[in-house]
Structures are given as structure tokens and as C-alpha cells.
Write a new protein. Structure first.
Length: 467
């Protein structure tokens, strides 16, 4: 395993792109052996299932995704356009899934973000029953709104929810129900930097360089001088380090830090200091360029990643991380298939729910959680704490191992003959859902199971083999 201390104090060169600022590393060898030797970090290796929670002020409106829903995809207004004129034009807009809200209006949603029905205890109770082993909350997304009463800045629950600490309630509930505590944090803060940035989406600007820079009302603007920008970057760096320090020191033990996006050169909170304050914490590579694990986001890995890794994705059919109105959630069988595929390669599956502005989960999310809990009540051991098949073993379906057990998963593309190779003669082979023994043949080191009746493919069945 690579010694991360060799990287402490260095500036990793990062090519940052993607909605969660996925990193392309100039030093890709760091990905070859990600992990941690710390005793307190070992839970992550085979955790299996994590709950991602994207919750911020965008949920008040529900028409666009968190933060990214306020970046223009090409729309702008000429200099001199008044707000009244803009509002009249907006009345004529067609609202669809590509809707973007002017940043000034987006930021104003904070006054109506009340979290009045937020009960973190209920969240984590449902999560635990559904088999989740850890949870990661967006303490602050790129919009800059902080779910805790930060002493730094003027855009947190200190300023809008009478100082209510939504992060503390989350952390306390995680510990109560036995889930590991995860904090999402980004050094990006569009509210703090709104006078020193353009709200034209950077990829749109790259493809269309003639498009103007725009302010928080999508009106053409001139960017500040290089001197002013340099000064602002320093000020912003100080603020985001202070805010991260609050999270690192005010909430007890943190189990996972899910960073999002590279900090400006020289402004990142030193990773070695993070490990000193939170020994055993598991850290993404997505801010410093090195850490304990890597992520695949929405698009599954093309080949098996090396070292510790995680696949994060969205439960709702609409590709939005935060709550959007009338969400439709993907079938539980599809979610289980993704979880199983991830476990087959030794990764963890981080599945996202976007809570509503009042703090409740959408009904469709609750329905999915209940269905997941039903499946986990029988099959949990096959995906939680399990790991890939051992060296020399193979199967013609997705499979996991745990001690003397092997688990073979029957998905919609099931073959009628299920085969496990490289093992000794089994003591028992049976279907976990019914407990019914299955007929099989054993020759040399191979177990063959003929599936005469294809199971209900709206469900995911598991064959357990006891060796």
C-alpha cells in the first residue's frame, strides 16, 4: 500500500471536471493501491452500502438540481437589462427538466428552507433497516449554503434557521443507529464568490468562447482584475479551511470525508492535519488528489478499480442529486443489481436520496427503502461484509464470498445453468428466499446448478452455497 505520507505537503496537479468535479490525476499511480492501514478505517473495505443525502435550498423550489441548477447553459441578458425586464421575460419561459434559475433567485430560497419536519432519527432508522452501513450528508454543496451554524460567512443555518444544527442531528442519529458518519464538503462556494465569478457554465463557455461572463442575474459582466481575483481566492481559502475545521472539531468522530472538487492551489486544508484531528477517517481523493479511496460517479467503472473504491449514483430516474418535484425512483431490483455488480468487484455502493425542503424523504424513496429492507431481511449477509470470490474461484454470474459461504446472484440476464468453479464439494446449496435446497452436480472443483424454473425476475434471488 502506498505511503500517503510521501505525498503530504505536496500540491497535486489536478484536471477537474464533472458535476462532482471528478479528478483526472497527473499522478495516476496513486490509484493503484488506495486504502488505509488504520484500524478504525477497516470498516470501509467491505461495508457494501452507503446512503448519499443531497440536501440544500434547491429543494424549496424543486425544479432544478442542487447548485448546478443556477448555471446558465447559454442564456444571458445584455448590460443595462433591469430585473423587472428579466422577470417579465421569465414569465414566458417554458419550464422543463433543463430549467435553470438565476443565482440571485436561487440564493433567496434560503429564507424558505425551514426543515420543519426533519427528523434525522427517522432517516437513519429507515436506512439501517434497509441495510445501509454508512451515510454521507452534503454539509455544504457548491451553492455555499451550510447545514450547520457556521461562525464564518453569512449563508448558513445561523442566518436562516435560528442556528439549528442540522449536521449535528444527522451525526447523532447515525451513531444511535450504528451507521458510520460521513460528511460531504466542497471547497467551492458560489455564494461567497458571486461577485468574483461568472455563472455561465464553464463547459458551455469553453465550446462557445464568444458567450459573455454573466453575474448572478445572468446579465453580462466584466470580471474583476487579476489582482482582485487573487485577493478573493486567498480570502475564500481562509474561509473554507475555517469551515472545514468546524466540521473536523465540533462533531466527534467522523468516519468518512467525501470531498468534492480540488481547492485552489495552496489553499487546501492539509490532509495530514485532517488525519491528526480525525485518526482513522476515510478520505476521498477528490480534493487533495490522494487519500484512501476513489469514486466512480453515475457511470459504472469500465474495468475493476484497484484498491478501495466506491460507486455513487442516483436513485431517482431524473438525473438530479437533490429533491425535484414528483420524483420517480428506479425499481428496487435495478438498485440491487447495481449493488451486486459493485460488490462483485469489491467496491461500495453509495446510493443517493434527495430529501424535501421540510426534511422528509419523498414517498417514493420511502417505498424503495421499505422494499430494500424486505430484501435485506433475508439476503443481507450476501452483500454486507462480503467480498469478491477468492483467488482461483470464478462463477458465470455475479458472486460474493464470506467465510465458508459463497453467494450467487440471479439477475434478469440469468443463465439456466449457474456454475461456481475452484471450490470444494459443498455441504449445502439452497435458495435463500425460501430455504429450499437446490439440485446440483459436483465434478472436480465445479458446482453446477440447473435452474429449471426461472425465478420471478422482478426480484433478485440469491443462491447460498455452504462449503
Amino acid at each position: 500500500m502506498i505511503n500517503k505520507k510521501e505525498w503530504f505537503g505536496t500540491e497535486m496537479e489536478l484536471d477537474v471536471e464533472g458535476q462532482h468535479n471528478s479528478l483526472k490525476l497527473i499522478h495516476p499511480e496513486i490509484l493503484d493501491d488506495l486504502g488505509s492501514d488504520h484500524t478504525d478505517a477497516q470498516w470501509f473495505k467491505n461495508a457494501g452500502l452507503g446512503l448519499f443525502l443531497h440536501w440544500s435550498i434547491s429543494s424549496v423550489d424543486g425544479r432544478m438540481d442542487v447548485s448546478w441548477g443556477m448555471l446558465s447553459r447559454g442564456k444571458y441578458y445584455p448590460k443595462g437589462t433591469t430585473i423587472e425586464e428579466i422577470e417579465k421575460m421569465e414569465e414566458q419561459e417554458v419550464i422543463d427538466d433543463n430549467f435553470k434559475m438565476r443565482p440571485s433567485k436561487y440564493f433567496s430560497l434560503a429564507k424558505d428552507f425551514n426543515a420543519k419536519n426533519y427528523d434525522a432519527d427517522k432517516w437513519m432508522e429507515m436506512a439501517k433497516k434497509a441495510g445501509f452501513q454508512y451515510a454521507v450528508l452534503t454539509t455544504m454543496h457548491c451553492d455555499g449554503f451550510k447545514l450547520w451554524p457556521s461562525k464564518y460567512g453569512d449563508f448558513s443555518t445561523k442566518d436562516f434557521l435560528n442556528g439549528r444544527d442540522l449536521v449535528r442531528e444527522f451525526a447523532d442519529a447515525c451513531r444511535k443507529h450504528g451507521l458510520k458518519v460521513g460528511f460531504y464538503f466542497t471547497p467551492t462556494d458560489w455564494h461567497f464568490n458571486k461577485d468574483h465569478m461568472s455563472f455561465m457554465h464553464y463547459k458551455v463557455k469553453e465550446k462557445n468562447p464568444d458567450l459573455p461572463f454573466v453575474d448572478e442575474n445572468f446579465i453580462e459582466r466584466e470580471m474583476p482584475s487579476e489582482e482582485e481575483m487573487t485577493k478573493q481566492k486567498k480570502i475564500h481559502g481562509i474561509q473554507h479551511r475555517n469551515q472545514l475545521h468546524e466540521l473536523l472539531t465540533n462533531y466527534g468522530k467522523i468516519d468518512i470525508l467525501w470531498f468534492d472538487g480540488g481547492a485552489m492551489k495552496g489553499e487546501a486544508y492539509p490532509l495530514e492535519e485532517i488525519y491528526k484531528l480525525q485518526p482513522g477517517v476515510v478520505v476521498t481523493i477528490r480534493m487533495h488528489g490522494y487519500g484512501d479511496f476513489r469514486n466512480c460517479e453515475v457511470k459504472f467503472a469500465e474495468q475493476k478499480p484497484k484498491g478501495w473504491w466506491e460507486y455513487c449514483t442516483i436513485w431517482s430516474k431524473r438525473q438530479a442529486w437533490a429533491y425535484t418535484n414528483n420524483p420517480v425512483y428506479r425499481p428496487t431490483a435495478d438498485i440491487l443489481a447495481e449493488l451486486i455488480k459493485t460488490k462483485n468487484w469489491g467496491g461500495n455502493y453509495l446510493l443517493n436520496i434527495g430529501p424535501m425542503a421540510d426534511g422528509q424523504f419523498p414517498e417514493t424513496a420511502i417505498k424503495g427503502l421499505n422494499e430494500l429492507a424486505d430484501w435485506m431481511s433475508i439476503h443481507k449477509e450476501s452483500v454486507i461484509g462480503s467480498y469478491p470470490l477468492l483467488a482461483g474461484e470464478s462463477a458465470n454470474v455475479y458472486a460474493t464470498a464470506k467465510d465458508n459461504a459463497r453467494y450467487l446472484f440471479m439477475l434478469p440476464d440469468l443463465q439456466k445453468t449457474v456454475e461456481l468453479k475452484g471450490v470444494r464439494k459443498p455441504k449445502r446449496v439452497y435458495l435463500m428466499s425460501s430455504g429450499k435446497d437446490l439440485d446440483y452436480s459436483f465434478k472436480e472443483d465445479s458446482i453446477n446448478i440447473e435452474i429449471n424454473k426461472i425465478p420471478d425476475l422482478s426480484k433478485v434471488e440469491v443462491i447460498k452455497i455452504e462449503l
